[in-house]
Design a protein around this ligand. Structure first.
Ligand code: X2W
Length: 309
């Protein structure tokens, strides 16, 4: 709130310069404000680290659909903050709850197998509509904060059918084209992606957003991979407590056998493991709440659940 207010002011004052300059005149102001989150040394160190790579390699941030309904302003402020310090996170969002709400209102019971929605053509039209609506909502909220944002609702993921008999219009990503993402960042706009994919002959397919974020991160190889959810981490299904760290090398097999690790949770953990197998050993994935984003990125202490190998 105070920080966010100051930052949106800083962003406005900085105007056009903000778009192209990674080290800009607001930087010192921003660092002072960031002192409220971490120490100056910590924050400067992370900022240097994040700007040491290509702009597109800073972070892939997956946003669960529920956040867009429940916490849009905080999400937009957090992303605006990152952009005001010259960073361009690649944002990929879901829209699961919004799809279910519409289906249920129409008297359709949502159907999943292992966390993946069975998507017939009627469901698909709801899926597409929700992705476009939620994408626009997020882009609008960012623009209102003085951040340029570009909707990217196609052209990134090429897919084949995952299993047409079982899931119908659901895709398995075969190719990721980061050209639209690169172009967006080059133009000074935050890329805001959906997880919709397309077959080589133009059929749009539904893809779970956690899975698409993982596939994207594999190609981008970003410094930070963050999954934002409403729970602020992964919650242990029996104790109800937040899990702070998962070391996959030691814990993966036993974790996957736990009765509470099922559906979307199972799919998420599996996808994160597959991703981390394709990244340097030092990489990790953080599952956190929107409010913890700055803390996770700019302090040594981190927040939520950290998953590593
Ligand atoms: C997901 C895509 C949306 C999503 C679905 O239809 O719900 C499949 O399951 P959240 O909000 O991140 O859960 N697609 C194939 O994953 O949204």
């Amino acid at each position: 709130s105070y920080i966010q207010h100051q930052l949106s002011t800083a962003g406005r004052l900085n105007g056009v310069a903000r778009v192209s300059t990674r080290y800009n005149s607001t930087r010192s102001t921003v660092i002072q404000l960031l002192n409220n989150i971490g120490s100056k040394r910590e924050v400067e160190q992370y900022l240097r680290y994040f700007t040491s790579v290509d702009s597109q390699q800073f972070a892939v941030i997956k946003v669960g659909g529920a956040i867009i309904t429940q916490n849009l302003n905080e999400l937009a402020s957090s992303l605006a903050f990152l952009n005001h310090v010259g960073l361009f996170p690649i944002v990929l969002h879901g829209t699961g709850p919004q799809i279910n709400e519409i289906l249920e209102a129409e008297g359709v019971v949502p159907e999943y197998i292992d966390g993946i929605r069975i998507t017939d053509s009627k469901t698909m039209s709801v899926v597409r509509r929700c992705f476009l609506e939620q994408n626009l909502k997020l882009v609008d909220a960012l623009e209102k904060q003085g951040v340029r944002a570009r909707p990217i609702t196609g052209g990134v993921f090429t897919a084949e059918y995952l299993d047409k008999d079982k899931y119908q219009l659901v895709g398995k990503i075969k190719k990721v084209d980061n050209t639209p993402i690169e172009a967006s960042i080059q133009a000074g706009a935050l890329p805001i992606l959906t997880s919709l994919a397309e077959t080589s002959d133009g059929q749009i397919l539904n893809v779970n957003a956690d899975v698409a974020a993982g596939e994207l991160a594999r190609v981008i190889q970003p410094l930070k991979i963050v999954y934002l959810n409403e729970k602020g981490g992964l919650i242990h299904g029996e104790s109800g407590e937040k899990i702070s760290v998962i070391n996959l090398d030691e814990e993966y097999d036993s974790l996957m056998k736990q009765p509470w690790v099922k559906y979307g949770t199972k799919l998420k953990i599996k996808e994160i493991r597959d991703l981390l197998m394709h990244l340097p050993r030092s990489s990790s994935v953080a599952i956190i709440s929107t409010g913890d984003l700055q803390k996770e990125l700019f302090t040594d202490s981190g927040a939520g659940t950290m998953i590593r190998r």
